[in-house]
Design a protein around this ligand. Structure first.
Ligand SMILES: Nc1nc2c(ncn2[C@@H]2O[C@H](COP(=O)(O)OP(=O)(O)OP(=O)(O)O)[C@@H](O)[C@H]2O)c(=O)[nH]1
Ligand SMILES: [Mg+2]
Length: 361
């Protein structure tokens, strides 16, 4: 309904104007004589005020116009999702900023990365801690360090060899310290645990390599068997039947040479339920360590030994490897001295080394 007032001189004039403007459907609701207000109105002619009205039916919208709201809705939706994206970006930036703002957290993350911990793993560890302790605004550096040590311990495993293990085998790349580590352990088992120790070497590869182990055997009076083919293994084991512990040395294999590793696997199959150590040098880069682990998986090793801790300043690679392989680290070696420079790996010591809070290997 449209309502309009007209102020005209005569009713006829009003009717004409109404028809013209509101159309023939318009009806007059009211008409009255009016005089202009004020002094001038006293002398002005009387006018007619007509109120007219017309029904305005809801006009059908054209089809295209009807779709308009849909398009608007689409635009709205896309604006909303853009906004959502922006908010998400802001939140993740904020999270990162939180780590940055919380001084100790950020400093420790940098420190882990400086110690060769994989940056993604360092960020993950610090984010986990930050989420757990976000409410604690005033964590001192010492408290953050303790929390972090605990967190690092959770990302690695250590485990001693069970007392029941009889055959221990040492595999790994060339020159990492397999033979030296074996000699250290042989002496420890004999001296500290009063065990009857025997040795086998399948180091038929390198001239002089057998001699290295034979020298240790001669000094300690332990029997040693040299195995040249997989078939020889059974007889060697029989000859060492009275031994409580048998340590098996192998020639270092180039992890890039799959043939060499496969050959070793054939020898290993002849051994009864061995504990097999993959011996790795702490001085090797993470990427190379990962490749060595992948290549040696053919020989089914179940434990790790890290050697040459005395030759590096940073221990992040140990955490990277322990975290991805999920294998227990059993021994750490810290020098060339037989039998002294070896210790059982503990999560506590490793965490301190990885965080760089303990340099003393
Ligand atoms: N600094 C240091 N040197 C070590 C350690 N362990 C072994 N070595 C030295 O590393 C060198 C190689 O040691 P080996 O025991 O012969 O190494 P391997 O793995 O048996 O070598 P291949 O049989 O040739 O594959 C020797 O000079 C060892 O004295 C260690 O923990 N620290
Ligand atoms: Mg050797």
């Amino acid at each position: 309904m449209k309502i309009k007032k007209y102020c005209v001189d005569t009713v006829q004039e009003g009717m004409l104007q109404i028809k013209k403007e509101l159309g023939p459907e318009a009806v007059i609701i009211e008409s009255r004589k009016v005089r202009e207000k004020g002094f001038r109105g006293l002398f002005a002619p009387v006018k007619v005020e007509i109120t007219a009205a017309v029904d305005t039916p809801v006009r059908q919208q054209p089809v295209a116009a009807a779709r308009q709201p849909d398009r608007q809705e689409e635009r709205l939706q896309s604006e909303i999702s853009e906004l959502k994206q922006m908010v998400n970006q802001l939140v993740s930036r904020q999270q990162k900023q939180n780590i940055e703002e919380k001084g100790p957290f950020y400093r420790w993350m940098q420190r882990l990365i400086d110690n060769d911990v994989d940056p993604a793993l360092a960020q993950q560890i610090l984010t986990e801690i930050h989420e757990d302790f976000a409410a604690e605004n005033a964590l001192s550096d010492e408290v953050v360090e303790l929390i972090l040590q605990k967190k690092v311990r959770e990302h690695l495993r250590t485990a001693d060899v069970p007392d029941t293990s009889r055959v221990l085998t040492f595999v790994g790349p060339t020159g990492v310290g397999k033979t030296t580590t074996l000699a250290k352990l042989a002496a420890r088992f004999a001296l500290y645990h009063n065990k009857q120790v025997g040795m086998i070497t399948i180091d038929s590869y390198r001239i002089g390599a057998v001699e290295q182990l034979r020298t240790y055997a001669d000094i300690t009076g332990m029997p040693i068997e040299v195995v040249m083919t997989p078939k020889d293994m059974t007889q060697a084991l029989e000859r060492l039947a009275d031994r409580e512990i048998i340590l098996v040395d192998t020639a270092g294999r180039n992890a890039k040479n799959s043939m060499q590793v496969s050959e070793l696997a054939v020898f290993m199959e002849a051994l009864p339920a061995p504990e097999t150590f993959l011996v790795l040098s702490a001085t090797t880069k993470t990427r190379d360590l990962q490749q060595i682990i992948a290549k040696f998986s053919k020989v089914n090793f179940n434990r790790l030994i890290f050697t040459k801790l005395d030759e590096t300043e940073t221990f992040g690679a140990l955490l990277n490897v322990a975290n991805t392989s999920n294998l227990p680290i059993t021994y750490l070696t810290t020098g060339q001295n037989v039998p002294d420079d070896i210790e059982n790996a503990t999560a506590d010591k490793l965490a301190k080394l990885i965080l760089g809070v303990e340099q003393n290997v």
